[in-house]
Design a protein around this ligand. Sequence first.
Ligand code: PBG
Length: 323
Amino acid sequence: MTFPTTRPRRLRMNEIVRDMVRETRLSPEQFVYPMFVCPGEGLKREISSMPGNYHWSVDMLVEEVRSVKSLGIGGIMLFGIPEKKDDRAGGAYDDHGIVQEAVRALKREVPGILVITDVCLCEYTANGHCGLVSGEEILNDESLELIAMTALSQAKAGADIVAPSDMMDGRVGAIRKLLDANHYQNIPILSYAVKYASGFYGPFREAADSAPAFGDRRSHQMDPANALEALREVELDIEEGADILMVKPAGPYLDIIRMLKDRYPHPLAAYQVSGEYSALMAAGQMGWLDLPRTMMESLIGIRRAGADIILTYFAKEAAKLLR
Ligand code: PBG
C-alpha cells in the first residue's frame, strides 16, 4: 500500500492518538538523581557550573531527598565532598566519612528511598585521581583494595546499591569478593562498565572538586572512538559479578546503549552527565533552546536507545513535567 491509501500523518493528527501509539515512555521511577553531600550544617550551596544543583549538608540533604522521593523518583546517587583529601583517599572508606554519614541519616529519616553510592577515589585524593599514583602512573592493582574498602564501608552504612566508577581493571570482582566475605552478598553492584574519557564531565569536576592535578583519565577511561571495546568491558564486569550495567555519558553514546541492550539481558543504566545537563541549561537560559522540551527529548532519546534506568540532573524537573 502506498500514498494516498497510506498516510502516516493519520496517526499524528491529535494528541490522544499520538499518545496511544507512542512507543517509548518516561516515568520518574526510572530516574536516579545524582546529589552532592558536604560537611557542615544548614548548607545548600549552588554549584555555579550546574545551576539548580547544590552541595548539601546532611541535614539539608535529608529534607531535599524527602521531596525527591515524593516526586516518585526511583533513587538517588550520592557523591561526597570530604572535609580533607589525602594521598590514600582516606575519606572514601572512613566509616564516618561524609557519604557514610549521609547514607545513615537518609536510611533513618527517609524510609523507602533507594540510595546508590558512587565508588571512586577521585573525590578523596589530594591529586584528584581515581586511584593511587606512582609518578605519573595511576596504579591499578594497588588501588583495588581501597576501592573495595570504600564499597564495603558504604554498604555497612546502609547503601542499597554500590556503583564503582573508577574504571580500574578488576574492581567489580574485588568489590564483590569483599562484600561477600562480609555478608553483604545481597548488595547489588551497578557497574559504570562503559565509561568514556569525556569532556562532558567538566562541570562535575567543579562540583566534586576532583579535577586531576596533573595528567588526565585517559589511561583508565575509554577512548570515545571505541565501540567494540565496550563489549569487552561489559563481559569482564558481568563475569566479575556486575548486576546492572551502565554507559556514561549517555547522549553522545546512544549507539553503545543500543548495542548493549540488544546483546545483554541485564538491566541497563545510562548516565546523562554534568556537561550534557549544563549545555542544555545554558542554551535554555540564553533563550536559544526551549529547555523543558529539549530536556524531555534528550531523556526520551536515551530511553529509546535502550536504557532502563537514567541517571540525570534533570530528574526532579522531568518528574514534575511527567505528573
Ligand atoms: C568519578 C565520577 C565522575 C563522574 C561520576 N563519577 C568524574 C570523572 O570520572 O571524572 C562524572 C559525572 C558527571 O559528569 O556528571 N570518577
